[in-house]
Design a protein around this ligand. Sequence first.
Ligand SMILES: [Mg+2]
Length: 276
Amino acid sequence: MTFNYQRQYRGPLKAILLDWAGTTMDYGCFAPAVVFVEVYKRKGVPITIEQARIPMGAHKRVHIQQIAQLEDVANRWKQVHGRAVSEQDIDDMFKEFIPLQLQCLADYADLIPGTLEAVAAFRKMGLKIGSTTGYTGDMMALLANEAKKRGYVPDSTVCATQVPAGRPEPWMCVQNAMNLKIFPMEALVKVGDTLPDIDEGLNCGMWTIGLAKTGNEMGLTLAQIEALEPDVRQRKLARAYTRMYQTGAHYVVDSIADCLPVLHDINNRLARGERP
Ligand SMILES: [Mg+2]
């Protein structure tokens, strides 16, 4: 008989890579959404906040471009401007987006409940804390400062503007692994509130956890969620779980506060020789 022996990583997780808006701060992921709405309004092509949320997680310029490609937006753009949206239009809107986003970021910088406790527990497990974001370097510098005031300081932060491409490509995760000097990739887990967050982790060969309740998928503040009729809340939440699992998330939980048992489960699976 012929046997083939395969090398397996059986150690524990070594790092967790957290998204920012909708994961550790800005419950409901509002800061970018309201600015995308404003930028399109200024071009005479108003969009809904739901349309603004569809590409969430991407590099912000890519996000503006993807909104323009939505059928309804593309049609109305043609009606208003007499032509399709151009690269120049996207550049103009991104240029307008940057100062508007910088102006309001601090208003949405409060940490999501449970973040500090969760991060402390991750550290107690021996994990390094990395982070990735679709925000630009300037935006992230401002947000990192706000986070620090609130007691949250990750060991590594990588922005979409510091790598060849943002989500869904894996480069921000690769750069975090390098910054933290951690390998193999199956010793890292990615946590985020959008579908591109999950793609990013999967494309990097990492474990992935989707957060269904606190971010872009629900797109509501905690108070708004609590004000929903229970059956409406349940239906919205179930839809978020389904979308994230269909994208390939290994796990989906409500919020960062629910991740700790999942990390222990991943450690058990790694110890048995399982891979993401
Ligand atoms: Mg996010």
